[in-house]
Design a protein around this ligand. Sequence first.
Ligand code: GLN
Ligand code: ZN
Length: 762
Amino acid sequence: MSILVSNLGFPRIGTRRELKKALEEFWSGQISAEVLQTRAKALRAGAWERQKSAGIDVIPSNDFSLYDHVLDTSVMVGAVPEHYLMPKGPVALDTYFAMARGTRGRSGCDLHAQEMTKWFDTNYHYMVPQFLADQDFEQCTTKPLDEFREARALGIATRPVLVGPVTFLLLGKPAGEKFDTLRLLPALLPVYASVLKQLAAEGADWVQIDEPCLVQDLSDAAKEALRFAYQTLAAEVPQVKLMLTTYFGGLGDNLETALALPVAGLHLDLVRALDQLDSVLAKAPEDLTLSLGLVDGRNIWRSDLCAKLETAEKVLAKRKPEKVMLAPSCSLIHSPIDLELETGLDPDLKSWLAFSVQKLDELSILGRALNEGRGAVADALEASSQAAAKRKTSPKIHNAAVKARLEEVTPQMTARASAYPERRKAQKAYLGLPLYPTTTIGSFPQTKVVREARASHAKGMLDDAAYDEFLRRETEACVRWQEEAGIDVLVHGEFERNDMVQYFGEQLSGFAFTKHAWVQSYGSRYVRPPVIFGDVSRPKPMTVKWTRYAQSLTKKPMKGMLTGPVTILQWSFVRDDLPRDAVCAQIALALRDELADLEAAGISVIQVDEPAVREGLPLRRKDWVLYLAWAVAAFRLATSGVADATQIHTHMCYAEFNDIIEAIAAMDADVISIETARSKMELLDAFAEFHYPNEIGPGVYDIHSPRTPSVEEIVALLKKAGERLPAEQIWVNPDCGLKTRSWDETRPALLNMVAAAKKMRG
Ligand code: GLN
Ligand code: ZN
């Protein structure tokens, strides 16, 4: 027997976003549930065929999902809160989508969607399972079985994928009062056992069971839960071989736990954690099949196949080939689908990339090289080596001036000239703002008119001059309105921006943009992250023109608006030939120049948005310190070049600040605005307890909701804030940018906000 080549999951969305279209047509009533299911079935068939023709031996099933695989799991085990599901039994599609998206006004009842949060450290969001303290579980769907059969009907034997029971419980939350969700494991396992039995009876010999919790810090209770779970499943269903799948990092101190579990196979992420291989090889039992996650499932770079072969050969020196499988590091749902669709990319850049389909080709080449000898795929290996060599030295990537400048960064460059109390005095004298100053987070409504004008301009239907004129009018109207409303620190409205990262990436060197490289963010929402492929520099100012124009319209301070280095990094595909902190520092230097130019243009308040700082936190606590150190340093490098009197703002949304409050304080922004309205100012506690020294704008209303907050409501929130912080520290602003709201919603809300601030002053 030879080495098998496997995949852990294929993107669901379709090369042309077919799933999104089908879902949207279904939700708007244009197509029936049957049509939706038929289209979904065609997408699955296409994905299986594609993997088969790429030469993949072990093809996954049940990796498809109409919305989210964690939601699929909740539904499969009957963890459906009662208000979504009326009678128990098979879960209807309506129930499924009610959990995913909520319902509006259907039969008089408004159901909220289930909570959604990030899947480990990816930009994929899953629906958080909700459990009752006395939750009982029962198998409510047969999706894994159905899809296994569906593939077999096409002549394709698959390895079904399940979210492992321990990871599933750890990802979930109590619906009411707090309890440890792992307590539910004994109740949950019978459902897993029955699903596995059905799959075995149907002919599945292997099942992939994902336990990415194994790359995180685990409590003793969680380790015990893993032992209990897999001992139970091994005893109940000895006939199925389980491929225990870990990804997004190394096993670390969970290695012993993982190796002691009675499973037939263990998948390792050897991209993020190649260093774990030696200890695994030393300690893993001989009959444990090792699945080598060699090809990066999280990024878009082409592999250097010879380097990958060396790793595989190292394993083969110690293990029998029939006990080794090749695989991507994780499911490919985090990669775009097919590079071939990108006809507009620079050919060199394209030759350095690999999307899902190309990654599968790489795996298949590696498999042949190992099974048949390198000679069988000599050309492919040669091409891979050449691409890797060219990338190492290409002037498209390497900019000596940028590298040299980075070398010259001094500690002084990451600190403001004076400490905050001095700066505060200078800013107070210069800006002369009242108590409880009012401002907004940056964007104003991106109306249909604005989006259409941008689209026409992009298509060449609206020429530069006409588009410019349009943006001037929008900006002017926005500035005038803010003045009339009595807001203290104005913004220009961001009408010229498509997206807070893309707008900057398009103006920086070292960035590229794709046309079709979509990845699922959640449900039917996909993103197309920029590609940071080379050293980053700023050929010319990026925001000065619009900010200066907006400032020319008013005597009030106009706040410059930039996206911070960590957020730009976090929301892009980042080059893998430099450490992330170095890439981040390059972006910071480019932004530093932008801040200097804004300041020189007379802008005295500059906001540098960093909503992604928290989501960049590594999965392991021990790695937090290092990450936070370089993330904070990057922000400071970007913002510390300005004079004391120039006020630096930052903004963060949707975050738990408790465990990173020190780092936030270390960023040393003069003012930070945060989202707090939904938590009724509770998120401020972290700042209050820490005695956060600088100024804070705790969001006073939720911009995600169309409803207008009343003056009294805002006053009440500000009073709550006042119980936690001295009045001199408090700013008044909404939770986040207003781009998704309409003007009719925005105007009364901001007028009430200003009225509330005035009441507080009086
Ligand atoms: N300045 C941005 C805006 O107002 C900030 C958005 C964000 O934090 N997500 O849209
Ligand atoms: Zn925000």
